[in-house]
Design a binder for this molecule. Structure first.
Ligand code: AHG
Ligand code: MN
Ligand code: MN
Length: 337
């Protein structure tokens, strides 16, 4: 395959991508540059004394890892200066960040999980950065309001992630399919390696933290049990895989098919995953790749967040596998009536 860089890819597709104005391409360029900086730090994390926790607890009530803070700062610093944004929201920041008047402002809003799966960082397992890009609604006043940011995932103009694994990859959709790029560290460029990624209609893998079993309600237990007893299209039982980093579990699901599940439970009645910086961007990618993303009762992309850090249950992956779960939830809802 010819070595097409991500910037060339965006320019080539500019005609078919209405968002790909200079401002939008510049935003993605700075986001990708931030990802390269994070990737370089992670590659050497064991040598730089940047493993382990900071001793702080974030707005989500989770222990902050040193790399969470580093990735967050890299993104906040560069993206505030990119000229395309009016506001940002990070998993690590309690409040909406409005771009300071000392910098040029644009029409876009960036929402990100700077380091997903960060509890894996000490054991050298894949982590990633997940991002969602929204456009500010028309007819606004000067100051960005929270209401302008709390948009359903359907309104995303782009979404994706950087996966820091054996290779660093960028997986991106601007609403024209899903394309994967692999970082060539020698050249320092992301090169198109996975054009037009598609999720198989049915998979062979289910992915869930079964340690939560005793806290699940009846439909969640039945959904997971369904995969215990279910056969794949070649008559074999489903396999279980769980990295514990959503971005890595999703990447496998995107390529191989199957389902990733994080149901709500007695300790997490709204679910664990964040709607705006985790579930919605991955749901955008899943649908663009021909898959499905649900909270068990409805489409993730239609959920309107009521706050920046709203959480949601998540069932995402192959259409048939996600529909099997939705059918179980629908049956339980009917039983309750
Ligand atoms: P983060 O590291 O950004 O806080 O996200 C952690 C999330 C997600 O990556 C992963 O799928 C999930 O937490 C794992 O949770 P459990 O350890 O509860 O399975
Ligand atoms: Mn995360
Ligand atoms: Mn995180």
């Amino acid at each position: 395959m010819a070595d097409i860089t991500v910037t060339e890819h965006l320019l080539l597709h500019q005609k078919r991508t209405p968002q790909a104005t200079g401002q939008f391409t510049g935003l993605l360029y700075d986001l990708i540059l931030s990802g390269k900086s994070i990737s370089r730090r992670i590659n050497k994390a064991g040598l730089l004394d940047i493993l382990g926790g900071t001793g702080e607890v974030n707005v989500q009530g989770e222990n902050v890892q040193k790399m969470d803070t580093i990735a967050n700062r890299i993104l906040l610093y560069r993206m505030e200066r990119c000229g395309a944004l009016c506001a940002m929201s990070s998993e690590e920041e309690a409040e909406l960040i409005r771009v300071s008047p000392e910098f040029p402002r644009g029409d876009y809003i960036l929402i990100f999980d700077p380091l997903d799966g960060s509890s894996n960082i000490d054991v050298n397992i894949n982590v990633g950065t997940i991002f969602s890009i929204l456009r500010r609604p028309e007819g606004h006043s000067d100051e960005v309001t929270l209401d302008e940011v709390l948009q359903p995932g359907l309104k995303q103009v782009a979404a994706g992630y950087m996966l820091y694994g054996p290779s660093t990859m960028l997986v991106l959709s601007t609403g024209q399919g899903v394309h994967g790029f692999t970082l060539d560290p020698g050249v320092g460029e992301f090169l198109l390696s996975h054009p037009n990624m598609c999720i198989p209609e049915q998979g062979q893998i289910y992915s869930v933290n079964e340690g939560n079993w005793k806290n699940w309600d009846a439909p969640a237990r039945e959904a997971v049990n369904w995969f215990h007893g279910c056969e794949t299209s070649d008559g074999k039982p489903y396999s279980s895989r769980y990295v514990g980093a959503l971005v890595a579990d999703f990447h496998r699901t995107l390529i191989n098919g199957g389902i990733y599940m994080y149901p709500s439970d007695a300790h997490k009645p709204q679910g664990k995953l964040r709607l705006m910086c985790e579930a919605a961007p991955l749901a955008f990618l899943a649908e663009q790749a021909g898959g499905k993303a649900s909270d068990g009762r409805g489409r993730i992309l239609e959920r309107v967040p009521d706050r920046l850090h709203a959480r949601t249950p998540l069932f995402i992956g192959s259409v048939k596998d996600v529909e099997a779960v939705e059918n179980i939830y629908a049956r339980h809802a009917n039983l309750a009536i």
